[in-house]
Structures are given as structure tokens and as C-alpha cells.
Write a protein that binds this ligand. Structure first.
Ligand code: NAD
Length: 531
């Protein structure tokens, strides 16, 4: 990015499309990013670049003729070597001490913030995020590093004096790193969900082998680039690319991995959760999918509700784990709510998301587009009404990408599969209910429990919702996003039930502790040496 690039604080909830300086800086970055497309990138194993015999292509969902980058098809042996490198680097990284580790992590955060436009424009090409969403993802990465570093510092490295039963006894609780962590990340927050989990493990003193999604390895690579420039020692953060069922599976099966953090789908996450602990207990954090409900009661401000639902259902094409994909609205206000929602959905401009005028871009790949088409056909066949959308745009340049339209479906029974299964496309089902109780029963009747929202201006309804909704992240009357838009240090972000395994959320105050294990130290006579 040029030296003139402005430094701005960008979050999902505070983004303003009217900021001309921001828009101009992004336009310039798109030009620079375009010139950077099509390169080959290596893996990093023990600080050494490694390629191989075979490459896979990272193509843009905006235009499948656009090659974003090529990455090596890693092998199981590459992963074994990366694990060995991480094991060898562990003692020195642990013994470096948390204060020095934080210096490195914080300077990486600064580098990432400085490069938010360059990285953001590349992300737009790689996964099809619009400019504000892409900038948000980059800055969220930097803030995750900062927030987790702050937590380590606030707890003084997690060394806690304990009580004693005699004057001769000194006891303390010390949280210590496990060793080597595997980090497996999804395509949809390609930087924040590579960088955040990796930073949690690293700050705690572990070393890491990171495997990004094959749909979006470039922004994971850029995270590693920033960490290397910030001075992360060789072997502490290793980067391997390739298929889930070989490279990912080796991470799961290899006994040299001491802990695992996975973000992705329920199917893959549950397979890992079971497999990783097959022979003996090892910590595994799985953050998985969602089928996130919004409830709209008769006391809601319907304008606020329609805006909040539109943003969460269709932002980044419904491809956020927190996306709102089902609505339960009280029957008396349903027609007016649907009218306001459809009006907004029809104003959404769909197209190349690197361009300012397009709010919605493509879905990630052909498979997702097929899922969208199948859902539309199924909804029609089973008696649903396509209130708006239901089409795929193929005119002009859009024919070379994967561009569905924002879709609202009414009239399906609330027991229908489309109210249950996560689709990860811009497809929202709206069901009518008689009461808040019915809405809550339906909202909770799912294997998932990630995010949820309510629009109501009745305090007792809000209390009932907050007391009984089964989800890790909940919002009340949020115009900027009914169920989406969490930020580090503001909203902890983690799932309940089938959406997440740990009950301790990312972005929040209990995250870093999950990468540590406790040791009780009792020293008789003298004070113990510094931990
Ligand atoms: P995915 O499950 O298809 O892939 C995630 C990662 O797992 C990728 O890196 C993939 O290569 C790897 N993988 C695939 N098979 C594997 C195997 N057998 N062993 C080990 N690794 C394997 O998910 P995706 O399509 O990239 O991302 C979308 C999903 O992620 C959605 O379900 C979404 O809800 C979820 N998600 C959840 C959160 C959260 O915080 N809860 C955040 C973002 C995304």
C-alpha cells in the first residue's frame, strides 16, 4: 500500500461506506492487489520455504478465470516435518517468556493494521468479501492479537499465588503451555480465523502448525508473513497447505500434536473431535456451524428488525458462521416485516465486490452455488413462496463467477429441513409464530447454538429471551446486524451445543487460558524462583 494510505479503525459495526478517503485508499489497493495476483507461494516448515511436486490453484469466486495464487499440495510427510520443527522450537519459545512473546505478537498486529488495505483488497479477490467486510476481517485479526496479548498481561502470565497451610509453605498455580498446537481454519474469515487461534496458542507459549482452507490460503499466508517480519523465530509458526483429508488428517492423527483448534463445519469438526481423542485425552477446541435465528415480536420496531435481519442474512452472502438464516415472526406483524425486508433485499447490489457499488459479491465456489440452486428448487417444490431472489446472475462479467441473489422464502412449515440445515448461502426462511414462547421453542430446537437475535420493545419479552435462548452470542434490537458483527474484546464469540465444544469463546476473556494447562507448585522453606 502506498505511504498515503490512511490508518483507520474499522470494525464490522462501525464501517461507513461514505468515507471518501477510505474508498479512495481501497481503490488504489485493488489496483496493487491485481498486480500481485497469480504468484506461487511456499509452505513454511522450520522457517524454511518448501514447495513440492504438485500445486493447487486458488481461483477467485468473482471470476474463475482469475488466478489469485498457487500453493503446494502438501503431503503427510510435510506435516510430519512441520510438527517435528514445531517440537524442536517449543522449549526456546516457551522459555523466551511471555513479555518478549507479546512484543513480537504486538508488532505483528501493527504490521497487519498498517497493511489493512493491501491485505483487504487481496481478501476481496480471494473470497469475494466486499471492501468493508474485507477491511474488517484484517483489522479484526490485528485486534485479536492485541486483545489476547492484553489478556496474558492482565493476568501477569497466569501465575497465581495460592493459600498456605503453614508459614514454611509457598504455593502457586502456574498455567503452562502444552507444546505443539494444530490450527485448522475455514475459508470465510481467512485471516482472522487463522491469526486469532494461532495467536491464542502462541501467546500462551505453544508452537503452531497452521493449515488454512484450500479455498482461501493466501490470507493465512499473509498472516504468517506479518508474523515472520515481526520476528517470530523459525519453527514457532509453521504453515502447511493441502487437502483436509491428508494434510488435515495428519494433524489429527499425529501424536506429536498436543492440542488442536479447528474452525469450520459441524461435519468435519465432529469427526476431528472424536478422532483427536481416540487414544488419550488431548485438548481440542472446535468452533463449528450455526443455523442462527432471529425472533421478531409484535412489539418490535419493524424497520429496525428488517434492517438488522437484512444485514445479517445477506452480508458476505450469508457465509458468516453467525449469519441469520431463519426468522420467527409473530403472525400479526409478519406481512409488514416481510414487506420491509424484501424492499431492502431488492436494493442490494450484487456484483464484483472489489467495486464500491456492490454490497454483495459471489459465494465461494461452484458447490455453494449448487446448494443455493437446490434450496430454491426444494423450497418451491414444497410449497414455499420465493418472496424475493431465488436467481443466479450470469449476465456479463457475473457469468464468470458465482453470484446468487439475496433470497427470502416464506410459507414453508417451520419443521422443514430448510429451517434446520446450515446452507451458508444468501437464503433466509421466514416462519410465522403465534407467540414468543413458540418462537423460542423453535429457535432452540436445533443441534446448533451459535448466535441469535431478538427484536422486541417489551422488557419482559427481552428478559424471557435472554434467560432461555440457547446460543453463545445473542443480540437485542441490533440494527447493524441481528446476529452478526462480533468484535474482539467487545463480544466474546463461541458456540453452544453443536456449534462449539469448549464453552469458552474466541474474542473473549477466557480464550488464551484454553491453550494452557495448570501446574500447582509447592515450595517448602524459601520463596519459589520466578515462574
Ligand atoms: P470446512 O469444515 O469445509 O473446512 C474447514 C477446514 O477443515 C479447512 O481448512 C479444511 O481443509 C479442513 N478439513 C476438511 N476436511 C478435513 C479433515 N478430514 N481433517 C482435518 N481437516 C479437514 O469449513 P469451511 O467451508 O471452510 O467453512 C465454513 C464452515 O465453518 C461453516 O460451517 C461455518 O459455520 C463454520 N465456521 C464457524 C465459525 C465459528 O466461530 N463457530 C467461524 C467461521 C466458520
Amino acid at each position: 500500500m502506498t505511504a498515503a494510505a490512511p490508518r483507520m479503525k474499522i470494525s464490522y459495526a462501525t464501517l461507513s461506506a461514505d468515507d471518501e478517503q477510505l474508498q479512495a485508499a481501497f481503490d488504489a489497493a485493488v489496483g496493487e492487489a491485481r498486480a500481485e495476483l497469480g504468484r506461487d507461494y511456499p509452505m513454511f516448515i522450520g522457517g524454511i520455504e518448501r514447495t513440492g511436486d504438485a500445486w493447487f490453484e486458488d481461483r477467485s469466486p468473482i471470476d474463475r478465470e482469475l488466478l489469485v495464487a498457487r500453493f503446494p499440495v502438501g503431503t503427510r510427510q510435510d506435516v510430519r516435518d512441520a510438527i517435528a520443527a514445531a517440537r524442536a522450537a517449543f522449549p526456546a519459545w516457551r522459555d523466551l517468556g511471555w513479555r518478549r512473546r507479546l512484543e513480537i505478537i504486538r508488532s505483528a498486529a501493527e504490521l497487519i493494521s498498517e497493511r489493512q488495505f493491501r491485505y483487504g483488497a487481496l481478501m476481496s479477490f480471494e473470497v469475494g468479501k466486499n471492501r468493508l467486510e474485507a477491511l474488517g476481517d484484517v483489522e479484526e485479526t490485528a485486534d485479536l492479537l492485541r486483545y489476547y496479548a492484553d489478556q496474558m498481561e492482565a493476568h501477569d502470565g497466569f501465575v497465581l499465588p495460592m493459600g498456605s497451610l503453614s508459614e514454611a509453605e509457598h504455593t502457586r498455580s502456574v498455567l503452562k503451555p502444552h507444546g505443539v498446537w494444530g490450527v485448522i481454519s475455514p475459508f470465510n474469515f481467512p485471516m482472522a480465523l487463522s491469526g486469532g487461534p494461532a495467536a491464542g496458542a502462541l501467546i500462551a507459549g505453544n508452537t503452531v502448525v497452521l493449515k488454512p482452507s484450500s479455498d482461501a490460503p493466501l490470507l493465512g499466508w499473509k498472516f504468517v508473513e506479518a508474523m515472520r517480519e515481526a520476528g517470530i523465530p523459525d519453527g514457532v509458526l509453521n504453515f502447511v497447505t493441502g487437502p483436509g483429508d491428508t494434510v488435515g488428517a495428519e494433524l489429527e492423527e499425529n501424536p506429536g500434536i498436543d492440542g488442536m483448534v479447528f474452525t469450520g463445519s459441524y461435519e468435519v469438526g465432529m469427526r476431528l473431535y472424536r478422532g483427536f481423542t481416540r487414544d488419550y485425552p488431548r485438548p481440542i477446541i472446535t468452533e463449528m456451524g450455526g443455523k442462527n435465528p432471529a425472533i421478531i415480536t409484535a412489539s418490535a420496531d419493524l424497520d429496525e428488525a428488517a434492517e438488522g435481519v437484512m444485514r445479517s442474512a445477506f452480508g458476505f452472502d450469508g457465509q458468516k458462521c453467525s449469519a441469520n438464516s431463519r426468522v420467527y415472526v409473530e403472525r400479526s406483524v409478519a406481512p409488514e416485516f416481510v414487506r420491509l425486508l424484501v424492499e431492502r433485499a431488492e436494493r442490494i447490489v450484487v456484483g464484483d465486490p472489489t467495486r464500491r457499488e456492490n454490497w454483495m459479491g459471489p459465494v465461494i465456489n461452484e458447490r455453494s452455488l449448487a446448494k443455493f440452486r437446490d434450496a430454491v428448487a426444494e423450497a418451491k417444490q414444497d410449497g414455499g413462496t420465493i418472496a424475493t431472489g431465488g436467481r443466479v446472475l450470469t449476465d456479463g462479467d457475473r457469468g464468470r463467477g458465482y453470484f446468487p441473489t439475496p433470497t427470502v422464502v416464506t410459507g414453508l412449515p417451520t419443521s422443514h429441513r430448510l429451517f434446520r440445515d446450515e446452507l451458508f448461502v444468501p437464503f433466509l426462511v421466514v416462519g410465522e409464530v403465534e407467540s414468543l414462547d413458540e418462537a423460542l421453542r423453535l429457535a432452540n430446537d436445533t443441534e446448533y447454538g451459535l448466535t441469535a437475535g431478538i427484536f422486541s420493545h417489551d422488557r419482559s419479552e427481552i428478559t424471557t429471551f435472554l434467560n432461555s435462548i440457547q446460543a453463545g452470542v445473542v443480540y437485542v434490537n441490533r440494527r447493524s446486524g441481528a446476529t452478526t458483527g462480533a468484535w474482539p474484546g467487545i463480544q466474546s464469540f463461541g458456540g453452544w451445543k453443536g456449534s462449539g465444544s469448549s464453552g469458552k469463546s474466541g474474542l473473549g476473556p477466557y480464550y488464551v487460558q484454553q491453550f494452557l494447562r495448570e501446574q500447582s507448585q509447592t515450595v517448602m522453606g524459601e520463596e519459589p524462583p520466578p515462574a
